[in-house]
Ligand binder design. Structure first.
Ligand code: UDP
Length: 315
């Protein structure tokens, strides 16, 4: 049994990770300030004796009395709708100061620490698909920069703590992911389109909908995250994780409209500034090192996600 800290543990990915770690028989301390996370996501774990919830912002240093073996650093608003605008400075602080605090905690405990990094480190990529060796094309002063540059800086200090302080690190670069535990008002495209269709409101496509994303179902993603954390000690990453099947936003809208009978109509809104035109992970490293490949197709994952939203929108 491992003693594991998950920051952002009541968020979309964090909550799915906590459920998995508890099911595997670990002891889990879930840290969240509930800024975008929701306690309802971990409600099923609150009575479990191996689970503890700690309301805490990682921007503030904190200590944990009991010994920790592993830290998953997942705390950060991750939806463009959540990290832009009035949360931008907070997002940079969470990425950078939060990472520094968690690295310090990892050092004190002699723990391995895994960073939830992102495909956003590649910005609006000029290379397709994106390999880990690609340095990216990021606007340092745009409305997405708080997240993109914040996560890039976090990767940089992770490596410095590894080189200077000997802290064992792992970095996963997470591509677009969807599934249960997303909030209906998350703002990302899959949850928006499904909730709009279920609530019979307009389906909001940004721009002409020709931009692409590659969508990974959350269970596939959690599987590789756990494998990377428990992989060879010298495997730091960064490693891309996501589903390499690429779809346009128009194709995604069509799939969801085919699955949900609804009078909703498609409308087009302006494309947000710096919105990446294409995104597609090269996952050959994850495949080679961990013999991992996503199993759940977009159709199957959308069916499961639609069932989840049906339940929470109309309980
Ligand atoms: N998008 C859209 N309609 C929405 C939300 C998002 O067309 O209601 C677009 C968004 O502009 C982007 C893509 O869908 O091109 C994926 O957006 P999301 O916010 O899910 O994640 P991102 O990959 O941009 O971080």
């Amino acid at each position: 049994m491992g003693r594991i800290l998950v920051t952002g543990g009541s968020g979309f990915l964090g909550a799915n990770l906590c459920v998995r770690l508890i099911a595997d028989g670990n002891r889990v301390i879930c840290v969240d300030n509930n800024c975008t996370g929701r306690l309802t996501n971990v409600a099923g774990l609150l009575k479990n004796k191996n689970f503890r919830f700690l309301e805490q912002d990682i921007i503030e240093p904190f200590s944990i009395e009991e010994k920790i073996d592993q830290i998953y650093n997942f705390a950060c608003p991750a939806s463009p709708a959540a990290y832009q605008g009035k949360n931008a400075i907070f997002t940079t602080k969470t990425c950078v100061i939060g990472a520094l605090n968690m690295l310090q905690l990892a050092k004190q405990h002699g723990a391995v620490i895994l960073q939830a990094s992102t495909s956003e480190v590649y910005g609006d990529p000029t290379e397709h698909p994106q390999k880990e060796t690609y340095s990216g094309n990021v606007n340092p002063i745009g409305i997405r920069s708080c997240y993109d540059e914040g996560k890039r800086c976090a990767e940089s200090i992770f490596f410095d703590y590894h080189r200077e302080e000997g802290v064992p690190i792992r970095i996963v670069r997470i591509f677009n992911t969807y599934g249960p535990n997303m909030a209906p008002d998350d703002g990302r495209v899959v949850s928006n389109f499904i909730c709009q269709a279920l609530e019979q409101s307009n389906i909001t496509i940004h721009g002409d909908g020709s931009q692409t994303r590659s969508f990974c179902y959350v269970d596939d993603l959690i599987e590789i995250i756990v494998r990377v954390m428990n992989g060879p000690r010298d495997f730091t990453g960064p490693v891309n994780i996501g589903n390499p099947s690429e779809f346009t936003i128009n194709e995604l809208a069509k799939k969801i409209l085919d699955k949900i009978p609804t009078p909703s109509k498609i409308i087009h809104l302006p494309l947000p500034k710096d919105d990446p035109a294409r995104r597609n992970p090269d996952i050959s490293l994850a495949r080679k090192e961990f013999e991992w490949f996503p199993k759940i197709t977009l159709d199957e994952g959308l069916d499961r996600t639609i069932d989840y939203f049906k339940k929470i929108l109309d309980p």
